[in-house]
Ligand binder design. Structure first.
Ligand SMILES: Nc1nc2c(c(=O)[nH]1)N[C@H]1C(S)=C(S)[C@@H](COP(=O)(O)O)O[C@H]1N2
Ligand SMILES: [Mo]
Length: 220
C-alpha cells in the first residue's frame, strides 16, 4: 500500500522517469534517421567511400555559369545567380545517405540553403503538392512537397567544408536525407512546383515514385 509518506518519493521517481524519457526523445532527435526506426534502413550496408552515380554526363559548370530558377505553382518565382544564392541565409546540416543500390554513408556534413528558407521566399500556392527538380545533365526527379519541406532538406554547395566536387553535383545539389539518394538531384538547375505529380527520369524507368528507404520503396 502507498502511505502518505511515500508520496514525495513516488513524485521523485516519476520526475526521474519523465527526465529519462525526455532524454531519450532528445537523443532520438539527434539521430538522422526517422525517430523510432533503425538508423540503417533494411537491405542497406554501410560504406566509408562516397561512390559516384549518374547518367555519365557530368556538366562542367563554373559558379558564374550556374543559376537556379524556381517557378510553377508559387507566388514569387525566383532566379538566383551564384551570388544571390550565397546571399541567402546559410545552414550546416549533418545527414546520412541511402542509395537504392544498397550503400549507405553516415554523417555527411553539408552547407547551403535550407529548403525551408527557399519555401518561405517563393511561397508555394495552396494547390502545390509536388516538386520537380531539373538538372544541367537533363536529369529530373520528383518528390512530394511535404518531403521537400522536411527540416533536414537543403540545396548544398559544400560537403565536409569543401565546395561540392563536379562529380558529386557541384556547384549545387539537392540533399533529401530521408529518401533514396536518386531523389537528391546533382547539378541543380530548376525547381518546378506542381499541383499534380509527374514522374522524373528514374521514376519513369521502374523506380518508386516516393522512395522511402525504411519501407524499401525501391521499385514501383
Ligand atoms: N543530375 C543528376 N542528379 C542525380 C543523378 C544523375 O544522374 N543526374 N543520379 C542520382 C542517383 S541515382 C544517385 S544514387 C545520386 C548519386 O550521387 P553521388 O554521385 O554524389 O553519390 O545522385 C542522384 N542525382
Ligand atoms: Mo542511385
Amino acid at each position: 500500500m502507498v502511505s502518505e509518506d511515500d508520496v514525495p518519493l513516488l513524485g521523485k521517481l516519476k520526475e526521474k522517469l519523465v527526465q529519462t524519457k525526455e532524454n531519450w526523445a532528445k537523443e532520438g532527435r539527434a539521430l538522422t534517421g526517422k525517430p523510432g526506426q533503425a538508423r540503417l534502413p533494411p537491405g542497406q550496408h554501410l560504406t566509408a567511400e562516397w561512390p559516384v552515380l549518374d547518367l555519365g554526363i557530368q556538366p562542367n559548370l563554373t559558379q558564374a555559369d550556374w543559376s537556379l530558377s524556381v517557378a510553377g505553382a508559387v507566388e514569387q518565382p525566383i532566379r538566383w545567380s551564384w551570388n544571390d544564392f550565397l546571399a541567402q541565409p546559410q545552414v550546416e546540416m549533418v545527414s546520412d545517405i541511402h542509395c537504392v543500390t544498397t550503400w549507405s554513408r553516415y554523417d555527411n556534413t553539408w552547407q547551403g540553403v535550407s529548403a525551408r528558407h527557399l519555401l518561405a521566399r517563393v511561397k508555394p500556392r495552396a494547390t502545390a503538392r509536388f516538386v520537380m527538380f531539373r538538372s544541367y545533365d537533363g536529369y529530373t526527379t520528383n518528390v512530394p512537397l511535404s518531403r521537400f519541406a522536411d527540416d533536414d532538406v537543403l540545396l548544398a554547395h559544400s560537403w565536409e567544408g569543401q565546395p561540392l566536387s563536379r562529380e558529386h553535383g557541384g556547384p549545387v545539389r539537392v540533399v533529401i536525407p530521408k529518401l533514396y539518394f536518386w531523389k537528391s538531384a546533382k547539378w541543380l538547375r530548376a525547381i518546378t512546383f506542381m499541383d499534380q505529380d509527374s514522374p522524373g527520369y528514374w521514376e519513369l524507368r521502374g523506380y518508386h515514385d516516393e522512395g522511402d528507404p525504411w519501407t524499401e520503396q525501391r521499385y514501383g
